[in-house]
Design a protein around this ligand. Structure first.
Ligand code: ADP
Ligand code: G6P
Length: 747
């Protein structure tokens, strides 16, 4: 395997191990009377990973494609030994496992449902049981070889539980997961009785990748509605760990497909096919024999085309190349029969002496023959009903060395978002396919070249090597971001250190957020007034001459003044727009604008009126939409719409839109707790800093503090603060302890 070829390596540099786990390996083992046979297929993934061999030692874990019950011990050993040469660890599956895990849960449950065929979906508990067991076996196989610093990349729908299982055993491992098929919309995904387990399994990864942005959106939506995980820009927190979800459209080995047509063997195959087809135009259809590929619909459309455009009779040949696939699964057997009947009917009804309208081949062909077909065809007809990506479409375009040829592509293939110059059709609309065929067969040569050149340029840039590199780089990035943002509960020894430092130092700054930090959340913001205990506590802390106590809040200044005046604390209102020192006058931190409020307020009002339980709060430099009391699902939808609407309307108004704890806040740009604290820090030399806060606005404050400051996030979600604390009560206990500290002063 090229991946392990040592020729380009720097011998002095240790390489990280990349363990690549997929149900299928690039080598499939078969058995006949002569013994075992090893068939290698150079898939795109193998090539992509091989390009990382400078930095990574690549290992593979997967099923060799043969049922373990067909093998005796010595044959198993033979497979293990042979695979060891390419750092591959086989996972053997018994007959029952193949039936229930591979053909069952993977291909009768997940495959149809994720491709929007709910009626083909089988919900069987024993399939699910086996799916769990096989995922556990894959987990043990990975654990047998994985070291703590290895990078583990799990592929596809057969192994959705694996990232979670690995995470339980290797909490700090670097794990990526890529789904090669579409992720369905919530309405379909929710049909699965095991939806929670599957989502949790996938979210054991640090990076979750899909081919398309649609799949990313659907996945995030399911994670939010089923597990309650909200995301920000595709990153969410699962079990106190950041997980990034993003799209990585898989590319092909462009070089290989664009060079292959020059190969002698390919040219001679191509010439042979051409000789057999004569002057007729060739339409090519290449897929695994799968009901998601729309092969039946495609043939029916071709039949319709022959009826509607009789002038093409005997002028065109459709070559249907169908690779045998999952042949023991009922729906695949039925499809094969249906396809063969249909082919027979079309040839019988439309054919003539010397002209067979459909050439049907049910087999896998060697690479050279496939390329020969790509290069001979005038039209590539790729019309899946639903497809994660569809590499055939990309390969067809890449193999058109002279730029001619027309790709007709279904809008339901992931590839459609990258191949916009193809003739795009709705694969269910046979009339549209008929029109597309006519258009393709009549398209002028220059236009064909024009379209293909743009697509080729794109395909040559985002190749499978780039895809692999992009995924692994993003995985490394999210891992380092996690290290910066981790949850670390303030332990007893940390607390002792904090108190000791407080005792020792005489110029202390205490920065305390109000809502969610000093007081808990209540239904309405005006009900969160400070209780006696809190007022006493703040008064006592502020009375200590060594302390400067700041209550730094998003509240408006009038409220803060009404509630906290007279305690001797400094106040910061509206996230840093206003401040007052020790019960003094309010001052504006900078000259902020508020004229944008006239534009935004009516929109907020409208959303509020349409959402029972929501209301708008107005402050001098910000407007806030509160939805704590609204119906959660409705609020979720409205919030997204609202953020979108406001972001569009306020592009040039100098405002920022922020999502907080059951609120959306729109405020003048430039106002932040970070900005005002940065100024405050400069007003003295502080030898002890304590900062506590609970939401996104406090992150700005944590961000500007010196590294030795004691910053505490209330709640156990990821934060820039050094420590996390469970609750408001815990913080109050700590503050009480500090307020009781008696400082030894020199006599
Ligand atoms: P899927 O992954 O669903 O099978 P793709 O189009 O993404 O669909 O990938 C199919 C792969 O199989 C392509 O790389 C294609 O070259 C290869 N392939 C398709 N048909 C044949 C065939 N008859 N013989 C050999 N390889 C084939
Ligand atoms: C799709 C899936 C792959 C699978 C391939 C062939 O591309 O995404 O995971 O390996 O089809 O299917 P098979 O069932 O033969 O592995």
């Amino acid at each position: 395997m090229e991946a392990l070829n040592a020729k380009n390596q720097d011998p002095g540099r240790p390489r990280t191990r990349l363990i690549n786990v997929s149900n299928r390996l690039s080598v499939t083992v078969t058995k006949n009377a002569d013994g075992l046979h090893f068939e290698e297929s150079v898939g795109g993934l193998t090539t992509g990973l091989a390009s990382l061999s400078q930095d990574y030692e690549i290992c593979w874990v997967g099923w060799p494609g043969i049922t373990a019950d067909d093998l005796d011990d010595s044959q198993k050993q033979q497979i293990v030994n042979r695979f060891a040469e390419t750092s591959t660890c086989p996972v053997f599956l018994s007959t029952e496992q193949v039936e229930h895990f591979y053909e069952g849960f993977s291909n009768k449950t997940i495959w149809p449902l994720f491709h929007y065929f709910p009626l083909n979906t089988v919900f069987e508990d024993r399939y699910w049981q086996e799916y769990q067991r096989v995922n556990e076996e894959f987990c043990s196989a990975v654990l047998d070889i994985a070291g703590p610093d290895d990078c583990i990349w799990v592929h596809d729908y057969h192994l959705m539980l694996l990232p979670g299982l690995l995470r339980d055993k290797l909490p700090s491992a670097k794990i990526g997961f890529f789904l090669h098929i579409p992720f369905p919309s919530f309405e379909l995904f929710r049909l699965l009785p095991w939806r929670r387990e599957l989502l949790t399994g996938i979210l054991g990864a640090d990076l979750v990748g899909f081919h398309t942005y649609d799949s990313v959106t659907y996945f995030l939506n399911s994670a939010s509605r089923i597990l309650g995980y909200e995301h920000s820009m595709g990153t969410l927190t699962a079990d106190n760990r950041l997980v990034k979800v993003d799209s990585f459209p898989m590319g092909i080995d462009y070089e290989r497909y664009s060079q292959a047509p020059y190969d002698e063997k390919v040219r001679s195959y191509a010439a042979e096919i051409r000789r057999k087809v004569g002057d007729r135009k060739v339409v090519l259809s290449v897929d695994r024999l799968d009901y998601t590929k729309g092969i039946i619909e495609r043939l029916e459309a071709y039949e319709m085309f022959l009826s509607e455009y009789p002038r093409y009779k005997a002028q065109v040949t459709l070559i249907v190349l169908a690779v045998p696939s999952r042949a023991h699964v009922d729906s695949y057997m039925q499809l094969r029969e249906q396809l063969e009947r249909l082919t027979g009917r079309i040839n019988g009804e439309h054919g003539a002496i010397g002209w067979v309208p459909v050439w049907y081949l049910y087999r896998a062909v060697p690479f050279e023959q496939l390329i020969a077909l790509y290069s001979v065809a005038d039209v590539g007809l790729v019309t899946p009903l639903r497809d994660g990506m569809n590499l055939v479409a990309k390969e067809f375009v890449a193999a058109r060395t002279d730029g001619t040829g027309v790709l007709v592509l279904s809008e339901m293939a992931g590839a459609a978002s990258e191949l916009g110059e193809a003739i795009i059709v709705n694969a269910h609309d046979k009339h549209a396919i008929v029109r597309a065929l006519a258009e393709a067969l009549e398209m002028p040569r220059e236009e064909q070249i024009d379209r293909n050149r743009s697509m080729q340029e794109r395909l040559s840039r985002y190749t499978v090597k780039r895809w692999v590199a992009d995924f692994i780089e993003t995985l490394n990035d999210i891992k380092s971001t996690q290290r910066q943002h981790s949850v670390r509960l303030l332990t007893r020894p940390d607390k002792d250190k904090l108190v000791a430092s407080y005792k020792k130092n005489r110029n202390r700054l205490l920065l305390l957020d109000y809502d969610g930090t000093l007081v808990g959340f209540v239904d309405r913001p005006d009900k969160a007034r400070p209780d006696e205990e809190l007022m006493e506590l703040l008064k006592k802390l502020a009375a200590d001459k060594a302390n400067e106590v700041l209550v730094i809040s998003g509240r408006d200044r009038r409220t803060l003044e009404r509630w906290l005046h007279g305690l001797g604390v400094c106040l910061v209102a509206e996230h840093g727009a206003w401040f007052s020192r020790h019960d003094g006058q309010w001052q504006m931190a900078e000259a902020f604008r508020s004229d944008w409020k006239q534009v935004v307020k009516p929109i907020l009002q409208l959303y509020s009126d349409r959402t029972p339980g929501g209301f708008v709060e107005e402050k001098e430099f910000s407007l806030v939409w509160h939805y704590r009391r609204a119906h959660p699902e409705m609020a979720d939808v409205r919030t997204k719409e609202l953020i979108h609407a406001i972001a569009n309307m306020t592009k040039n108004l100098g405002v920022g839109v922020f999502e907080g704890n059951k609120i959306v806040e729109i405020k003048s740009a430039g106002i932040s707790k970070g900005r005002i604290i940065e100024q405050w820090l400069k007003t003295d030399v502080w030898d002890f800093i304590l900062a506590a806060g609970d939401d996104y606005t406090d992150e700005d404050m944590f961000d500007v503090l010196p590294p030795d400051a004691f910053s505490i996030k209330i709640g156990t979600s990821i934060s820039k603060a050094r420590f996390n604390m469970d609750s408001v009560r815990d913080l109050r206990t700590l503050l009480k302890q500090l307020s009781n500290v008696t400082v030894w002063t020199a006599p």
